[in-house]
Ligand binder design. Structure first.
Ligand code: NAD
Length: 357
């Protein structure tokens, strides 16, 4: 299995592979970039089909975290960890102890948070053995950052609608939400409260039934949700929803959702531009969760959290305007902007060192 020449390798600072005989743990931690601070990112547990798939995921996700935190104005670097295993069957106290020890061995270069397949309870279990886990503070949501992620996506949808349609509210706007998990459910609720019509789907029929009865979403089949006749689609399930096949069939003018790595391949950004579809880069608009985790870890005043999450709208506006001016994919523009922030910070740190010397 190639590592340094893997397609998703992007000059990552550190990659660590760990296994533990006793618990069966097999995990990878990727530290992508620590120029802005310690690498913070979720710990994902997933039954990857093969090791190369796990490596690709951790490389791509950790890189996304670097850009996400930079664009969100956080003093954090980008990192991620993946555990190869089935979250339904393979969790045990021994596994969390081993994973915590592994995270601890990096001495704070990587700080773990919740992700797909892991929960606040899992983080709390690890916190017995390492201080380098975050996202289980006694907040109004018990540490779960998902409602803040949903809030950021909601802010982005509002901004994208204003940019594209000049709409200043969500009354009557039609939005299709793919995936009604932690983020999708909270997003659907916010959208409905703001007057939008929400169509939704989930591969788990219980999640769909709950959202239908509790919120009043309009149920749509898993196969049809992305191609609904709506103004906005919000992918909030897994990555890769946008690819050559699906993009050619989209009917919405805007894509804005929480899922990481929505574009299956880099060319999908240009495909969306060619079809005149406004794509809100996932790593920019799903930053609400990492902002929340930072506020928890740094014990910052929660009353300013919402204002910080609202700033995602302004950053998105900047990206959309630049993208319009040069008719280029929004994801490329957002990455460039993040690169500028990272270079500026590295320059300031260098100047600071020179002035001390
Ligand atoms: P989750 O696991 O709670 O929810 C995902 C939901 O999608 C589940 O209900 C699942 O049944 C459903 N699903 C899976 N495949 C589907 C499909 N093909 N069609 C329809 N539904 C499908 O995860 P989450 O925490 O809500 O996160 C959703 C996405 O947002 C993930 O990609 C995650 O990486 C990303 N994200 C989450 C956060 C956060 O704070 N939780 C932060 C940033 C990014």
């Amino acid at each position: 299995m190639a590592v340094f020449s893997a397609p998703s390798f992007d000059g990552h600072e550190q990659l660590v592979f760990a296994s533990d005989r006793n618990s069966g743990l097999r995990a990878i931690i990727a530290v992508h970039d620590t120029r802005l601070g310690a690498a913070v990112g979720g710990c994902r547990m997933y039954p990857y089909a093969c090791e190369a798939e796990a490596l690709d995921d951790v490389l791509r996700l950790s890189r996304g975290m670097t850009y996400k935190s930079a664009l969100a104005g956080l003093p954090l670097g980008g990192g991620k960890s993946v555990i190869i295993g089935d979250p339904k069957n393979d969790k045990s106290p021994e596994l969390w102890r081993a994973m915590a020890g592994f995270i601890d061995s990096l001495g704070g270069r990587y700080i773990a948070a919740e992700d797909s397949g892991t929960s606040v309870a899992d983080l709390r279990a690890m916190s017995q053995y390492t201080q380098f886990v975050s996202g289980f503070a006694a907040t109004e949501h018990g540490g779960d950052p998902s409602p803040s992620t949903a809030r950021g996506v909601f802010v982005a949808i509002r901004r994208a609608l204003a940019h594209r349609l000049g709409a200043n509210n969500l009354q009557g706007v039609r939005i299709a939400v793919q995936g009604l998990g932690h983020v999708g459910y909270a997003l659907a609720e916010m959208l409905l409260n703001a007057g939008a019509q929400v169509l939704a789907s989930d591969i788990n029929p219980d999640n769909l039934a709950r959202a239908e009865s509790e919120l009043g979403v309009v149920p749509v089949s898993v196969d049809d949700i992305l191609f609904s006749d709506v103004d906005v689609i919000a992918p909030c399930a897994l990555g890769g929803a946008l690819n050559a096949q699906s993009i050619s069939r989209l009917r919405a003018g805007i894509v804005a959702g929480a899922a990481n790595n929505q574009l299956r391949e880099i060319e999908d950004g240009a495909r969306l531009v060619d079809r005149g579809i406004l794509y809100c880069p996932d790593f920019l608009i799903n930053a609400g969760g990492i902002i929340d985790v930072h506020y928890q870890r740094a014990a910052l005043e929660r009353s300013t959290l919402n204002a910080h999450i609202e700033s995602i709208g302004d950053r998105l506006g900047e990206v959309l305007e630049r993208a319009d001016r040069c008719h280029r994919p929004t994801g490329e523009i957002a990455e460039e902007l993040a690169g500028e922030i990272l270079r500026q910070s590295a320059k300031s740190a260098e100047e600071g060192l020179r002035s001390v010397a």
